[in-house]
Design a protein around this ligand. Structure first.
Ligand code: ATP
Length: 218
């Protein structure tokens, strides 16, 4: 039980709370036990995930990629205390009047592409890129922040990075109509910031092809 906490999301693997911490609001992410797993194994796997998430967040922050600052990790209770980002998600932004303009979409696309390129340069693969996991900071007038590193991991594989981009592309095409130009701008900015962009973007074409074949087969 976390003191004065307000539950903001109950997921399949974690609960996310907003709670006061050191005179400010913080996000507390709690991973919980899975009833079907053996308790000892479960504790081990849960700890591993908590450590992995906190490590990827720290790694990004060190590379000056805007992500929530990790305040504290409580491994015993599988909790990560992190900075609360005040703002809206890109998903929410895209349905506002401003978010529907090409100028705003282009600015946000550039920021997303640049951030993802930098993240892949330090071998962090996000694992769950959606427009809900891209936030915009109110404080700075809407600069992009990457959140939810719950499925992230360290990898130098071109394939893993291409799949990361493909997941985001699918999120765009399935949730936001008429954003093809915006996604192309994300890839353009990614092309400028990612060191292995050529190989990764080439691999993205293969991944798309596989995706198409799979959906044709049903
Ligand atoms: N640092 C943060 N600042 C502001 N809001 C946050 C932050 N972290 C999470 N949130 C909010 O809580 C929601 C759920 O968080 P998150 O995506 O990390 O959990 P989850 O999807 O349940 O986790 P997982 O994907 O690891 O199972 C986010 O979509 C966002 O609205």
């Amino acid at each position: 039980m976390i003191h004065n906490a307000q539950l903001i999301k109950q997921g399949a693997e974690a609960k996310v709370y907003l709670a006061p911490f050191c005179q400010r609001q913080a996000i507390i992410k709690e991973r919980f036990a899975k009833a079907y797993r053996h308790p000892t194994l479960d504790k081990k796997l849960t700890s591993r995930r908590v450590v992995q998430e906190a490590r990827c967040l720290n790694r990004c922050q060190k590379a000056l990629i805007d992500t929530p600052t990790v305040y504290m990790v409580d491994l015993e209770n599988s909790l990560i205390y992190m900075e609360y980002i005040e703002g809206i998600s890109v998903r929410e932004f895209l349905v506002t009047a401003e978010g529907e303009t090409p100028e705003a979409q282009s600015r946000v696309a550039k920021e997303i592409g640049t951030a993802l390129g930098k993240m892949h340069n330090i071998e962090v693969v996000h694992g769950d890129l959606t427009t809900s996991n891209l936030m915009m900071r109110k404080e700075t007038g809407g600069s992009v922040v990457l959140i939810d590193f719950g499925l992230s991991y360290v990898s130098n594989l071109i394939e893993d990075k291409a799949v990361d981009l493909y997941v985001l592309e699918r999120a765009f095409t399935s949730t936001h109509p008429n954003t093809e130009v915006m996604f192309a701008q994300i890839l353009e900015a990614y092309g400028e910031s990612s060191k292995a962009a050529k190989l990764i973007l080439k691999k993205l074409e293969d991944v798309r092809m596989r995706g198409r074949k799979r959906s044709m087969l049903g």
